[in-house]
Design a protein around this ligand. Sequence first.
Ligand SMILES: [Zn+2]
Length: 267
Amino acid sequence: MFSWDDPGDRVAIAQLNSELRNAHLELLSAHCATHQLRLRYSMDDLARFGQRDVLRKSVQAASALSEYYASLEKTIVNQEPSAPLAASGQLSPELLAEAAHCVAAYLREERERYYPSSEPLSEHHKTRLRPYFTSELLDRIRVVELMGVRVAPPSFYERARALGITNLPQLAHMDSLTFLDVIVFNETLQMRALFHGLVHAVQFAILGVERYTELFVRAFAHTSLHVTVPLEAHAFNLESRFARRPPETFWVADEVLSWYEGGRYER
Ligand SMILES: [Zn+2]
């Protein structure tokens, strides 16, 4: 059993959380792939025409995962999941509109705060990312490495907590944060986190900041968990496809447009 008092254990706990986050990303990706199957093909067609051994192995893998996480769930103590805010009737449409307005204002303020200390992307990064993003976007994007200083929580978090809103996104623990066209790294720039941040920059460019925050806030009120907000889940999904070996190639603007037009950012 680990202890916070032991410095060696603290490193191990950080490692544990990094592996947990990786597993979570891969699970989201598996979830997404299965969801696509479910949308496109009937159970009967899958059972009849799917390759037998692949079907069996998929079922076995999913059952083993389900068993493991079910026992993990039983072990979690003192972790009462908060009820979805919309379901608990805490957030009126007026309050949701106010929250979206606050988030949009916050994104603009932070963009102005970090822009003066930001830098353009290096040629090395641009070359690596050209199969996914337009040169126009890669030339426009700016990056900031905070080297552990970390982004402070927004001032409206206090009011949100007073309203009983819990599970607010922990900005200080995120690898990257996108403030419109400025991507801020709490530590140093990592390729995968850069890719994630760029997906959000494309979402901002296509949806506009007002529509983005409106969709984000509404989905967050519905799920109470920021990683399940579709705008976020999509960024995790594309980031994971980019990180595959060999990496997949796709055009992020097309992916974002197709999700947006298909109503998949709504909840
Ligand atoms: Zn994100």
